[in-house]
Design a binder for this molecule. Sequence first.
Ligand SMILES: [Zn+2]
Length: 576
Amino acid sequence: MRFCCKQLLLLGGLVLLYLPVQAQQAYPKGYFRSPLDISLKLSGTFGELRTNHFHSGLDIRTNSVEGLNIYAAADGFVSRVKVSAYGYGLALYVDHPNGYTTVYAHLQQFQGDIADWVYKKHYEKESFELDITLYPNELPVKKGQVIALSGNSGGSGGPHLHFEIRDTKTEEILNPQLFGFPVADKVAPTFAFVELVPHGPGSQINGSGNVKKMWVQRDKAGNTFLTKQQLQMWGGFYVQTKVSDKHDGNGFNNGIYRLLLLDGKDTLYAFQADAFAFAETRYANTVMDYKQKVLKREQIYRCMRTPGNKSTVVAKRNSDGIIGLLPGESKTLLLVATDFAGNTSKLDFAVIGAEQRTAELLATAAPSERYSPDKPLNIIKEDLRVSMPAWNFYDTLDLVYRKTIKPFVAFSAVHTLHTADEPIHGFYTISIKQNGLPDSLRSKTVLVNVGLNNSRNATAGVWKADFFEAKVRSFGDFYLSIDTVAPVVRALNFKAGASYRAGQRLNFKLSDNLVGLASYQVYIDGQWQYHYFDGKTASLQLPLEKKLVSGNHLLEIVVKDGVGNTTQYQANFNLL
Ligand SMILES: [Zn+2]
């Protein structure tokens, strides 16, 4: 409901459309300083449509290097420290007395008191991975205090700072630009193309059931337009568009702030990136054209609200964006894209209702297995069980199912459950009956999912009689296999028996053939040692600490995979 109210004020009519953005009075401007002391150039904006999530903050460029000072945006205290080889990598959460929390992620290292505190916690918990909530008096910070150095840790694709602002109490994630950070942007969003998508059985555009793609043209003055053409529509259709935004002196294609589809004075669809709750983030998959995202890496905003889309970044209104025309009826549709600075681009095009549709498409047979998103999806076959809650996919689904036997690949039939380019919202349960699996290997069983581009993902699970059950969050091919191979520890700059100095870093690569690493630990002479593990490169760094005494030491790295296969790497070395 929160969104609706804000939206009605802002999107109530065309009159307000071209005024500067004004929804932000509620947020304190100038309270937070920039977390960096260089000019703010963004490589990612709030609400961008990423695979499986809306981008939840600003990606701030750090001159393509690591190690820049990161400053506390305001007085407050460190409320959470998260250290992970994946995701946000090294991350700090700072609570402020005005009710907001700032988040700083992909850090290279913590600084000052915070660094000392975290270092102790690694030893206390004997773990590189940490997720600790703190009391207000433990690590207070002052506005402008250097709390960390910028980095590229976790799932980061290059040095940058990921910066967020959240409502401390509700944990709602807010667009940091609502708080008035200076980001220079006089460049309006750019439309690349518009697609009209037939929706519903027998729907046609110019006598075809295919998507109609129209590239956006540009004249000498830089104005953009769509080439005028006949667009004869039969049945239902919706509009989607590839649109992005550049900022001043910055080549990155960022997300837009607001996208509207208008029919005269009526707003048929509205997207606006102000805020969202964590539980909403996966709806990004249905706000975009998911298939083109995962198959072609195109970020396409879909101006249609699917029945299963409960996200508040898309305003609830009378129209869900599906358009139908009477024979001979014409409409001019207008797309309006706005960036956070208020720069706006517009595109219009005319459509007309066809007098009759082409005969060949009249007889479209309804598929046998049609599922509605508002009901649970349950499949019970002699060797397959699927149990999915309601609203776990977004729109009516004509489920494709196939079974194939591949005796040298799998310990079960291969069950093809729809296609991997169809998005799934939450986890669901799949159980597959084993076939020919020796009893001795039951504990090594994994569920393999073959996804896009033949990528294989294995999941551990539990046995229920002859069925192996696991939780998954995608469609694709599924079968049972075994993982009996322990992870591999490979030394990169280390030789057993060689001599090293304190302060040197020993580097190792960890890998696993199938189900993936579940844990990794490092010991010297039986004592746990601080180490750094980077998930995206699978590289483990062990700094030889100053407190180690000279002489002979035993290094031990213990790595386990998801079904308990364990490697215990052991080697002696000499400390000079
Ligand atoms: Zn980010």
